[in-house]
Design a protein around this ligand. Structure first.
Ligand code: BYC
Length: 308
């Protein structure tokens, strides 16, 4: 198939499947984005896993435990989708460990109080949903189907976080203060999850042409902000942006500028927790070596039994 025919197929809204012909640049673009997404799910387990043993009730602990397990599942769907593009899980993990593959900037911030579990669920999962709902229509079949499954679970996660924030915002003055503090610290990093402005985003051009992304970084960011402002108002919390204002003409909220120096610092490995997150992942991977070895020995044995 030629590049022209491939583009015609994309333009006709047909999905590209693993065995279909695709330009090398499309394949590489997908491996980069899907693996970054998969690594984010797995690294994203760390800031929340940190609070499982300190959840304030058995109910809260069960819900958080289930959520963190869901993230592991999301990572696995995404690694599997990525492997259909002809790269092994081992190579993907190696790229993460060598700093060649990124994961979402948001997980390089610490979770300092229980209210942060609320802020992460409400804002981080909320931002992830806005992005992932859009990605359900992505042009690569396995990624698109993975997104459909993930979105169903992610909306439960967002509600879990909003419930925590709502309870704390309506609790004692100290609890309300903790909720506001968590919102203050997570607001800007959450809106940075959508990436640089469209004009500064080198990947957006091809991503939109190939319908890998269906909306641009700025469109998705605006949609998240428009949805979230009202949710903050309902529970009586204040979004830490003095420039946030409804714009009647645009039919959207105007908002302030993000600190792009901070964004690029975190993306390039110099955020508050980058080293800690990666070291933890490497250690867990090393500690799990014997499990992978045993699982492989078992599956090799089963294959031999079938053969003989
Ligand atoms: N963090 O040209 P651009 C979740 C990189 S939610 C780190 O705009 P693109 C979860 C970008 O990779 C989070 N890096 O790129 C939720 C590129 O670098 P490379 C995961 C970022 O790809 C709750 C460069 O900057 N979701 O998992 O068109 C609990 C230029 O950017 C970031 C996804 O990954 C960032 N925030 O757009 C647990 C969604 N922003 O690769 C887990 C899928 C930009 O050229 N991914 N960069 O070296 C996407 O939608 C897009 O990849 C992005 C970036 C919107 C993130």
């Amino acid at each position: 198939m030629s590049k022209e025919k491939f583009q015609e197929k994309i333009d006709a809204e047909k999905k590209i499947e693993p065995k279909d012909w695709m330009p090398e640049a499309y394949r590489k673009h997908l491996i980069r984005q899907i693996s970054q997404h998969a690594h984010s799910e797995i690294i994203g387990m760390q800031p929340e896993g940190n609070w499982i043993s300190r959840a304030p009730s058995l109910r809260a602990k069960m819900i958080l435990l289930a959520k963190v397990q869901d993230e592991a599942g999301h990572g696995l769907y995404l690694y599997s989708a990525c492997e259909t593009l002809g790269i092994s899980r081992q190579e993907l993990i190696q790229q993460l460990h060598e700093g060649k593959a990124k994961y979402s900037s948001i997980f390089n911030y610490p979770t300092l109080s229980w209210a942060d579990m609320g802020a992460v669920g409400w804002l981080v999962d909320g931002a992830a949903i806005v992005n992932q709902v859009s990605l359900q229509r992505t042009s690569y079949g396995p990624y698109s189907r993975g997104m459909v499954k993930i979105c169903k679970e992610e909306s439960f996660h967002q509600r879990q976080g909003y419930e925590i924030m709502s309870e704390m915002a309506n609790g004692t003055p100290e609890q309300k203060e903790m909720a506001q503090d968590a919102l203050n610290r997570f607001w800007w990093p959450s809106i940075m999850m959508f990436g640089p402005h469209d004009g500064d985003s080198p990947r957006t051009g091809n991503a939109m042409k190939w319908k890998i992304k269906r909306q641009t970084n700025d469109e998705l960011r605006q949609s998240f902000i428009d949805k979230t402002v009202h949710q903050a108002e309902i529970i009586g919390l204040t979004i830490p942006d003095p420039d946030l204002k409804w714009n009647e003409e645009r039919g959207h909220y105007d908002f302030g500028e993000m600190d792009w120096d901070e964004f690029w610092d975190v993306v390039n490995g110099n955020g508050p927790c980058n080293k800690q997150r990666l070291d933890h992942h490497k250690k867990a991977h090393d500690d799990g070596k014997w499990v992978r070895k045993a699982a492989k020995a078992y599956s090799d044995k089963q294959k031999n039994l079938v053969k003989n």
